[in-house]
Design a protein around this ligand. Structure first.
Ligand code: ADP
Ligand code: MG
Length: 315
């Protein structure tokens, strides 16, 4: 077992929702199964894997259901949306992996860990919430809910008003030891879904959920360093990272060093809210002693590991 290498794979929204017309559960399951088949290929080649994932759209669906039925049923707080989606997405991933293992004759078990991630109560992010969640609202409704429930609401690029919550930095993966034990015992683990359920600890040591969203790439990077993963793989919608992305002089990158990644970041090559947090997460992982990071899309995971595509980032 000691010779096996551990990878943390952060799978993006495209591993569950392909487009606006494919959002229902059977569509999500089909997309999940496709991505998990590539991860099974990697496991077949000898990797031990922790799969992490986003949950933005799924949390949005739960909030919308909760809002539509609020005259009849209790509403669902944001930390519970996180827990619900970790369970449902974990179920999709573990079922697709188990079925794929059976098909390939791989003898492996999969476990999903409902994961809390501690954040600092004094994180400055709580003073300036930036992460939009839930439905668009008319200004009058937005103001009402801000008044009644203490929400912070903002106008979102002319499309209407939305609630925003803080996006604090992850400081501790509460279930770190459980995840590490499972992976060392040969389980495939699904965890840290949606960046983890954000919790704070009080003076007495009690944890409680907070209405915030942790960036999934940051939380995945923290997990990768805290379990000393050999590889931090980010699976997203593009096969590689580019310089001058979407411009005529776009240039795909096969690799970069930590120093180059920092320089390109300063030059503004990575879009805020999408590629920038990924590259920042990779920088965090490598600076904490991580060995290697890789960015590619689900279809290319096996080819990228063989060095044929993807963007490889090394110290
Ligand atoms: P995920 O759901 O996997 O977190 P995001 O949409 O947040 O995906 O981030 C991935 C997206 O970042 C890509 O699909 C691409 O459109 C965008 N992107 C921004 N800058 C770059 C870049 N420099 N190179 C490649 N992709 C980029
Ligand atoms: Mg993202």
């Amino acid at each position: 077992m000691a010779d096996k290498k551990v990878a943390v794979i952060a799978v993006g929204g495209n591993s569950l929702i392909k487009d606006k017309d494919h959002q229902a559960i059977p569509d999500q399951y089909a997309a999940a199964a496709e991505s998990m088949a590539h991860i099974a290929g990697m496991i077949e080649n000898g990797w031990d894997v922790v799969v992490t994932h986003g949950n933005g759209p799924q949390v949005g669906f739960i909030l919308r259901r909760s809002e539509l039925s609020k005259n009849e049923l209790h509403e669902v707080p944001l930390d519970y949306c996180g827990a619900d989606t970790q369970g449902a997405i974990g179920y999709m991933f573990q079922q697709s992996l188990i079925n794929e293992f059976a098909r390939r004759g791989i003898n492996k078990q999969v476990a999903t860990v409902v994961t809390q991630v501690e954040v600092d109560r004094n994180d400055p992010a709580f003073e300036t919430p930036t992460k939009p969640i839930g439905s668009f609202m008319e200004q009058s409704i937005a103001n009402q809910r801000a008044e009644a429930e203490g929400w912070v609401v903002v106008e979102d690029a002319g499309r209407g008003w939305r609630r925003v919550v803080a996006s604090p930095l992850p400081v501790r993966i509460v279930q770190r030891d459980a995840i590490e034990l499972l992976i060392r015992e040969g389980f495939v683990v699904v965890g840290v879904g949606g960046g983890g359920i954000p919790v704070v600890q009080d003076e007495a040591g009690n944890l409680s959920g907070v209405e915030a969203v942790i960036d999934k790439d940051f939380a995945s990077a923290l997990l990768a360093s805290q379990i000393s993963a050999d590889l931090f793989l980010i699976s997203t919608a593009v096969p590689q990272i580019a310089l001058n992305y979407n411009q005529p002089d776009q240039q795909w990158l096969d690799g970069m060093t930590l120093a180059e990644a920092k320089a390109y970041m300063e030059q503004g090559h990575f879009a805020k809210g999408s590629m920038e947090p990924k590259v920042q997460a990779i920088i965090n992982y490598l600076e904490a002693g991580g060995k290697e990071a890789l960015v590619t899309n689900p279809d290319n995971i096996e080819r990228a590991l063989a060095g044929e595509t993807g963007t490889r980032i090394v110290p």
